[in-house]
Design a protein around this ligand. Sequence first.
Ligand SMILES: [Zn+2]
Length: 458
Amino acid sequence: MENSFAEQGRWRDIDNLLSRPGNIVGPGFEPSPQLRQEIGEFARVLVVGAGGLGCELLKDLALSGFPNIDVIDMDTIEISNLNRQFLFRLQDVGKSKAEVAAKRVMERVSGVNITPHFCRIEDKEINFYNDFNIIVLGLDSIEARSYINSVACTFLEFDSEDNPIPETIKAMVDGGTEGFKGHARVILPGMTPCFECTIWLFPPQVKYPLCTLAETPRTPAHCIEYAHLIKWSEVHSGKAFDPDDPEHMQWVYTQALKRAELFGIAGVTYSLTQGVVKNIIPAIASTNAIISATCALEALKLVSGCSKTLSNYMTYNGVVGTHIKVADFVRETDCLVCGPGTLIDLDISTTLSQFIEILGQHPKLLVMKSSITHRGTNLYMQSPPILEEMTRPNLHLPLHELMGGVPDDTIHASGMAVRDGKKTSCLRKLRVKFKGLPDGTTEMGTTSVCKELEPDLN
Ligand SMILES: [Zn+2]
């Protein structure tokens, strides 16, 4: 009896919010005392990441009236997580973050069903992600964000005038924190800038000029990077530095300390050495709480329409005082990821393997080792081995034939691309158009004709 009273009380404020009209509501909002129930029946939310942001997000979403949540994370719990990832206990160390987080929230909030997925985001079929109304990202890596973003954008379809079709827009809410700073943003592919449209917002990693490290160190980090980048290879010729080997880390720390003493610089500690070498930014529990709360609220606004959503990028800065700013970024109309797709002209005789080669050399794409999908059918898969073997015979067939003889259509290629010298998984949407079709629509490739007519300069 007491329990059910507590349960009713739990939803009182949410129900107030959802059952009353107002002048700041979003478009199409229909207040109703049953709205929370209705949202519960249709809304499925995926939380990507069960770490600092993920723990907060799961709790916030569960308490905001979302009864059907999935969470995906490949990590296991470490002792250093326990200061802020509050769903985890000492006895959970070594277990899956997603599984423990799901269990803990379900123990505390009755009626909520959280399905954990203990795996890499790339391990799931693309269609797994299509089952969700909203994808909420609580990640700390640019690569993972970029991947989920490209997955969500593959569901986006355009009409004949290149306007996004509303039912195919997969809403994303992205949160991120770095120490005292954080951001929250709403991404509606095709409407607001996707992650890739604004990739420049993420500054490249801090790198110090080698001459500063070698000659004029001024900070403890300079001394640490000197020991890590210069001294290590001088002393250990050929032996690679392993940041996860405590002996290696201790060696760098000792060397950095010596260097700091030489230049009269204070502040080199073992944990700072770890932080600089592994590029670790201290995590602040309160920043995670603020950013996750913002994201959970945006998710509620997106599904219910009870208020207008953030448009479209909020930054929080708690370094000096508190500063919150909202910026309305615009979409890149020719974005490779959220646009209608890169146009590729092909001959009807182009085989699938030639097509894969073209993708690797295309200056805008540079996608290596592509797996190719057309309308949900795997034309060629690089892995797992069994699928590779099954789809291998297609490599020598013309792509035009494999696509059922259509004059043009969308193709998805997933493979590896290089960004900042690092290989990352990527997914690209391509609009393939065949030339040389027999019905008279053939166009002469004027550029290639000109090239052939160019005088030989030898
Ligand atoms: Zn974009």
